[in-house]
Ligand binder design. Structure first.
Ligand code: AMP
Length: 198
């Protein structure tokens, strides 16, 4: 069972690598950014609420995101593992995942099921220097990929998401991967790291 989350700044290659790794381990790739963008395109209530935050490059409020992720993780395809891309983005969201996994662990213990090694989460910290990120993002062409929003997203990342590096280091769940290589080279390093952890 693979349960993996990707940390790493915007433009680090989380989406590309998460999709490849999810395909390889045959688990769903769950991107909170993609789900939000679908909601915006469909003009759902969630989409309306999230749009102003996405356009500015701010984080969408935790309760909206956590409800959305909880609903997604309850779907049958996510019962045997998942790769989360873009979640958690702050300590509150990380605590939600921790709580969710410990609840699952308790349920499995009661049923006497054999579970993944300490039911743990694998956390990938994909590292890429800031100047490489900006040029990658500018060439991507998403509506929130303009210079001003990019700078703001990087700042939000440094302030709110980077503290998760310490959070997961303390829990010995963090694997740091150098993301400043070809897609193939990064995928290979990731597979090796994941194989060693589960
Ligand atoms: P991404 O596609 O991961 O770059 O996300 C695009 C935008 O969606 C972000 O700039 C946020 O506005 C929003 N978003 C995605 N994931 C989250 C999350 N876990 N928490 C809050 N906002 C999020």
């Amino acid at each position: 069972m693979v349960r993996l989350v990707f940390l790493g700044p915007p433009g680090a290659g989380k989406g590309t690598q998460a999709s490849l790794i999810a395909g390889f381990y045959q688990v769903p790739h769950i991107s909170t950014g993609d789900i939000l963008r679908t909601n915006v395109a469909q003009r759902s209530a969630l989409g309306w609420q999230a749009k102003e935050y996405i356009d500015k490059g701010d984080l969408v409020p935790d309760q909206l995101i956590i409800d959305m992720v909880e609903e997604r993780l309850e779907k049958p395809d996510a019962l045997h593992g998942w790769v989360l891309d873009g979640f958690p983005r702050n300590v509150g969201q990380a605590k939600f995942i921790e709580q969710l996994l410990s609840t699952n662990q308790n349920a499995n213990d009661i049923q006497g099921e054999k579970t993944q090694k300490n039911n743990s989460l694998i956390v990938i910290n994909l590292q890429v220097p800031d100047q490489v990120l900006v040029s990658r993002l500018l060439s991507r062409g998403r509506p929130d990929d303009n210079e001003q929003t990019i700078q703001h997203r990087l700042q939000v990342h440094h302030q709110q998401t980077e503290p998760l590096i310490e959070f997961y280091k303390e829990r010995q769940q963090l694997i740091t991967i150098d993301g400043n290589h070809s897609v193939e080279a990064v995928t290979n390093s990731l597979k090796q790291a994941v194989n060693q952890s589960c």
